[in-house]
Design a protein around this ligand. Structure first.
Ligand code: FAD
Ligand code: UQ1
Length: 438
């Protein structure tokens, strides 16, 4: 009873409560027309768009982190080409002005009551919900990690805590095996686990140590890259540069004190392989966000269960999803998030008018495959796995201009375009550029 009374006292309704301040009451009940869960790439860019659609006062974002990171640049941070500092800005600075930042962690989503519970005990209700909670990294699923990161010679570009360690291990390399891994799970940016291998190769050549190194890419996948057009180019590169690729090898243990990595052969159950390393780059197993997985919003595997055409939840029409947390059957990237923001914006505006969503997401995604300190293969493709290239050139060829785009142009497009709700992916430009060629 006391709790109920407290909840009523805390409800910010009516003039009498106009002085109400949410932080003064831990179990305060708040309500927003549009509640966004997660303040990463998808969450911030959608909150900017929702502010434009319905006014800042109607929008709130739940995000616990003080810092927002541009994760795609971590590939270059791990190779010493950019600083970690340049990859982050405060969450406060990227939050659209006037939008409420709820600085807490979502603990539970209850779509049947249109409410969300946060870790400080507050309940927030919503009319519409956008879930943009990203995915979960699972270093702990590898025996010996995460504590193995306390040792030198091991790094991982996938986490803000470990990306600088990759660069340190690369600089400290003397001689031996440089080993790169790809887990047996879906991952974000499926190219990133091998981009750092190409950069390592380039760095060791530049510093005269390449002939003292065996460079090894042990991947759980049966292919080097999922899209044949780009995989063909990458196979040419690994052959030319004497990089060893072992398919169906899954990292299961790191003995960091001995500098040993243990792999299982996924095609021969029970067979394991121990490799001594001088440098190890770990791409961790990944999985659905645990809050999504524990809710009614998940599919059987735990991903947010959305319609692949319009990003609306399959069972809860006032719930939408974007980015890495969803079960959209495309590669999980920031570029995909950009294309999804435009589709989702349209879907929400239609649903609010009681109309049917009418624009269809084609699954656009992109992965700038960094192949050295000045070249990139810009993979772009759709749901069908067909290349969907923006520029009227063969993007499977290594390009210096594309490197410049990845390293210098994309960060600007991200901070000033995507996060402000102004960049919805390259589709309009692709059409223009290909028109120009006809
Ligand atoms: P995120 O941006 O990860 O945001 C999720 C947010 O949810 C986070 O802010 C998190 O704090 C928050 N959150 C999680 N749980 C909770 C909770 N319980 N309550 C509240 N908030 C929560 N993409 C490209 O397009 N090109 C690239 O070259 C590229 N390279 C990459 C290289 C690396 C090394 C990495 C790690 C990623 C790369 N990506 C790249 C992928 C890209 O960064 C992601 O796909 C993109 O950030 C996904 O956006 P998102 O909003 O779905 O998730
Ligand atoms: C993109 O839109 C994007 O988001 C801003 C990225 O970064 C996360 C990308 O890496 C890419 C490649 C795109 C697609 C944009 C163009 C111009 C091809």
């Amino acid at each position: 009873m006391a709790a109920l009374r407290r909840l009523r006292q805390c409800r910010p309704s009516g003039i009498a409560m106009s002085h109400f301040h949410t932080s003064s009451c831990a179990s305060a009940r708040q309500h927003y027309k549009m509640l966004v869960l997660g303040g990463g790439s998808g969450g911030i860019s959608m909150s900017a768009r929702m502010k434009r659609m319905m006014g800042a006062e109607n929008v709130a974002v739940v995000e616990p982190s003080e810092m927002h990171y541009y994760q795609p640049i971590w590939t270059l941070v791990g190779a010493g080409a950019k600083t970690l500092t340049s990859s982050g800005r405060s969450t406060a600075s990227v939050m659209p002005s006037g939008v409420k930042w709820v600085k807490s962690k979502v603990q539970e989503i209850n779509p049947n009551t249109n409410t969300v519970r946060t870790d400080d005990g507050s309940e927030i209700s919503y009319e519409y919900l956008i879930v943009a909670l990203g995915l979960q990294l699972h270093y702990e699923k590898i025996k010996g990690l995460p504590e193995g990161f306390e040792q030198p010679k091991i790094g991982s570009n996938y986490s803000v805590q470990t990306v600088d360690k990759t660069w340190k291990a690369l600089q400290d390399f003397k001689e031996g095996n440089a080993v790169f891994t790809f887990p047996n799970t879906p991952v974000k940016c499926a190219g990133a686990p091998q981009k750092i291998m190409y950069l390592t190769d380039a760095f060791l050549r530049k510093t005269g140590k390449r002939d003292k190194a065996n460079i090894i890419f042990n991947t759980s996948l049966p292919v080097l890259f999922g899209i044949k057009k780009y995989a063909d180019s990458l196979w040419d590169i690994v052959k030319q540069r004497d990089l060893q690729v072992n398919l169906r090898q899954n990292l299961i243990e790191v003995r960091a004190d001995k500098q040993e990595a243990v792999f299982e052969n996924l095609d021969k159950p029970g067979e394991t392989n121990v490799i001594e390393y001088e440098m190890l780059h770990v791409t961790p197993p990944m999985g659905p966000n645990l809050v999504v997985k524990g809710s009614q919003l998940a599919d059987e595997a735990g991903w947010l269960d959305v319609n692949k055409d319009n990003l609306q939840h399959k069972r809860y029409p006032n719930v939408f999803g974007i980015g890495d947390c969803t079960n959209l059957p495309t590669a999980k990237t920031g570029a995909a998030v950009a294309a999804q923001t435009a589709i989702l914006n349209r879907s929400i505006s239609k649903v609010m008018k009681n109309e049917k969503p009418d624009r269809t997401y084609d699954g656009y995604t992109s992965c700038p495959l960094v192949t050295s300190y000045n070249t990139v293969i810009l993979a772009e493709f759709d749901y069908s796995g067909q290349p969907l290239e923006t520029f009227p050139v063969n993007q499977a060829k290594e390009s210096r201009i594309m490197y410049h785009m990845k390293a210098d142009v994309m960060p600007h497009l991200y901070w000033h375009g995507l996060l402000r709700g102004l960049w919805g992916g390259p589709a309009p430009y692709r059409k223009l550029m290909h028109l120009g060629m006809k």
